[in-house]
Design a binder for this molecule. Structure first.
Ligand code: SF4
Length: 225
């Protein structure tokens, strides 16, 4: 008889969830492809915008965060990378994608001849860390997403890349698997958007690295076309 540890089972289920979401053997459910985003008066300069919103308390995460995580990078980037939300390291440092996952992302960017400060801008859908790294709530996304949209309007990237299933499904307002969102060019408020693996998922499952590399070669060809 073969015994499998609880840890292995949990790891397997987490990896499965990253690719298939909650929809194993369940029909895909599209919630809606359209979201109504409130229009707000925001400044036309990214630094001024940061100063305007970095004390935000529009949702409860404003009270639990250590740092507001606005975004880093080139204000004229052609590539904008968007994760779901700051994690523990990001919350402590006030910068998106730091720690081991951030280092892997830096290596991927180097491989496509870029850095996080050259032709790339990195941020998250929401700017404050959800407790225990849970997924952002719909109400939090509703409050925070106008900030992201304004960042996109100011930076005007050629391509947005959603890193991970949660970022992809949140931005596209669908409840789909990563597998079904990958390999397609979607539209996010007029800007092309691609969904690929989150670097933390690649650390947990290195077998996905060749697939992610295929995506990033495609991403490079789009932004250089
Ligand atoms: S997550 Fe967004 S809306 Fe909520 S407090 Fe932070 S900046 Fe404000």
């Amino acid at each position: 008889m073969i015994f499998i540890s609880d840890e292995k089972i949990i790891q397997f289920l987490n990896q499965t969830k990253e690719v298939y979401g909650d929809e194993i053997n369940i029909e895909k459910k599209i919630i809606s492809s359209k979201k109504i985003i409130r229009k707000e008066d925001f400044p036309s300069d990214l630094d001024v915008f940061y100063n305007q919103i970095n004390k935000c308390h529009k949702c409860s995460l404003g009270s639990s965060r250590t740092n507001f995580v606005f975004g880093v990078g080139d204000k004229n980037a052609s590539l904008m990378l968007v994760g779901e939300a700051p994690g523990e390291n990001e919350d402590l440092k006030g910068e998106p994608f730091v720690g081991r996952a951030g280092k892997l992302l830096d290596k991927i960017l180097f491989a496509i001849k870029r850095t996080r400060n050259e032709d790339v801008y990195i941020c998250n859908v929401i700017k404050c860390r959800p407790p225990n790294n849970r997924d952002p709530l719909t109400s939090e996304v509703k409050e925070c997403e106008p900030y992201l949209i304004h960042q996109i309007n100011l930076i005007k990237p050629k391509l947005i890349v959603a890193l991970g299933r949660v970022a992809g499904k949140t931005l596209l307002n669908v409840d789909n698997s990563l597998k079904s969102m990958r390999g397609e060019i979607h539209n996010y408020h007029g800007t092309p958007l691609i969904v690929t693996y989150h670097p933390a998922a690649l650390l947990r499952n290195p077998n996905w690295k060749p697939l992610a590399w295929e995506d990033f070669k495609w991403i490079q060809s789009i932004i250089e076309s």
